[in-house]
Every structure is written in C-alpha cells, then in structure tokens.
Design a protein around this ligand. Sequence first.
Ligand code: TXA
Ligand code: MG
Length: 345
Amino acid sequence: MSVDQLISQETIAQAAAVLAAGQLVAFPTETVYGLGADAENPAAVAAIYAAKGRPQDHPVIVHLAPGADLAHWAAEIPDEAHALAAAFWPGPLTLIVKRAANIPAAVSGGQDTVGLRCPAHPVAIALLQAFKGGQGGIAAPSANKFGHVSPTLAQHVRDEFGADGSVAMVIDGGPSQVGIESTIVDLSRLATHGPVLLRPGQISADAIEAVIGQRPRSADAAAPRASGTLESHYAPHTPVAMQDGAELAVTLAQLSQSGHKVALIHLSDFPAVHASLRLPADPDGFAYSLYAALRDMDGRGADVILVEAPPRDAAWLGVNDRLRRAAHGSHGIVHGLLNRTIPAA
Ligand code: TXA
Ligand code: MG
C-alpha cells in the first residue's frame, strides 16, 4: 500500500512540523504504534516519559529514515550492524550500538548506547523522510502508558492518551501488520559478549545468525536495560492466566460452575464462555491479533482473561514472551477465584 492511499502528504508535512516544534506525534509502524518526539530535543524526549509515566532511566528507540547516516547516531558501527541493517531494514529489528557523543543522553536513559531502527510502515517512512529532510531521528517507544498493552491501532492510542492532551497528533495508518514489538539485538558489547537478544520478535535468532554467522545469546544480568524486558509488561488491567488446552478445559468448567466470568483467547475449540476470541493458530497471525485481543477482552468486565498457551517452539518465541509478561503478577489468580465462589443471585 502506498502512503497516498493511507494518508495525505499534507498530514505528513504537518506531523513533521509538529515534531520539529518539540511536540509529540503518535504514528504507525509495522510492529506497533510509536509515540514520537525529536530525538535530538531533550525537552521533547522528556515529554514522552511524562506522557507514558515511564521511569527516566529507560531508553527509547530512535527511528531513522531508510539510508540514514548511522555515523551521526552511533560512536561505533560494527560490521554486524551494517550487515543486519542491510538484511532487515526497513523492518522490525532494533540494533543497540554505542551512542555518538553529540546525541543527547536523554534518549538512552543515560546509558552510553542507543537503539536504532528503520521501520517498514510506509507512513512511518514518509514521516521520517519529511522530518528534518530525512536527517532527523524520531525517538519513539510504543504509544501506551508504561507497562500497559502496546497499541496496534490508532484508536488504541486515542484510548491511552486521548483525554490528557499530551499527544499533539495521532496519525492513523491502519492496523500494524506485525503486531508485536521489534526484535532487539545488542551489538554494543560484541568483543566481550557477542550479539545478545534483548527482546524476541518476528526476526528470529536463526535469521540473525544466518546473516552474521553468530547466534545471539539471551540477555545476561549486565545487558543494557530494556523496559520491554521487565517481568511485568504488556499487561491488561484484568489479570491474565495462560494454560495448556487440556488444563484450560477443566479450569473453564470450574470457573463457570463457581459463577466467575472468563474472557478467553484461544486457538482450538472450546465451549462458549462470557467472552471469547479465537486467534489464528500460526505465530504471525496470532501476533497480528494479540494486542487488540487483549484490549478487547480487557473491556468485557471479566474476572480473568484466560489464554490458551501457544506451542513452545522457536517460531512462537516472541508471542510467548509477550504472553508470559502479560500474565506476570497474576500468578495464582485462577486458584484464588476458585476459592471464592460467587453466590447465585
Ligand atoms: O517495535 C518497536 O520496537 C516499537 C515501535 C514503536 O518501533 N517500539 C518499542 O519501544 O517497542 P519501547 O520503548 O516500548 O520498547 C523499546 C525497548 C525498551 O525495552 C527499551 O528499554 C529498549 O528498547 N531500548 C531502547 N534503547 C535501548 C538501549 N540503548 N539499550 C537497551 N535497550 C534499549
Ligand atoms: Mg513498550
């Protein structure tokens, strides 16, 4: 789809001007919607943190136009970064490299690194090309309140920020096609640690290994901090529990018998409950639908959102990571509900 089919050039120009004036613009990317600010304006970046309610020491990703000069942003650009950018940009991959001295520390929460990504969504690319003539960077975390579910529709962004006036403009570019956030690879400590996978996403460790000949390892304790790697993240307000199909069938029967309302996200056949959504049983289709499904089920007044656990193989790594974090903190929720029978009216 071309930009013109999605959005007018006037809207893009207006959004670029709003960013240049130091205000926040929410825009679509292929993964999730981003809450953007001029990456080189510390006050604008601070406004992102304020709007999200995000701790100041959490770094944000800097989004760049295709062909942007990486040397402006990074102090060191290892061959692996060039190779991965050539293979996967524009696309859902974020590279962590050493930050250039002239780039404000605000974008990386004071760390000496910077996260760079060239997104694939045509509206994001048009905006990046219009902003500062394609030479600027747009700092953008996912456009949700800290810890909440990421937005994959413009309406989700309006639901998060609509009332508070902190976001000057929301560009509607339709549903995000990938649906979960970018894969993050740390290349800032190659000599000592090799490449490290900070967050799994659609671009797999296999795909990365195929390009750089080294398999990214999982994050260690000294790895750069990433808020998306906090145990509790991507969470709806309703508690979330994940169970395998067989266990889930028993739980559903018990919860309905004890008068509890269940919102169900599932892949296989189940009897009707209070509210349910069946998602595609392939990883890309499931990822595409996941966040909208969590938001939808969160709005149904259920006591719990039950999710049928997807398969555990590598192709489902990104999805399982997000589900595990959404469910974190709800440990024991099903057990707790079963100990509290709702009396029949
Ligand atoms: O797909 C995505 O990456 C989306 C879209 C909008 O591009 N963005 C996104 O941003 O998910 P956010 O802020 O919600 O998550 C970015 C993650 C965070 O966990 C952040 O801590 C990490 O990237 N990150 C950014 N810069 C970093 C750095 N210099 N070192 C370590 N982690 C970094
Ligand atoms: Mg986020």
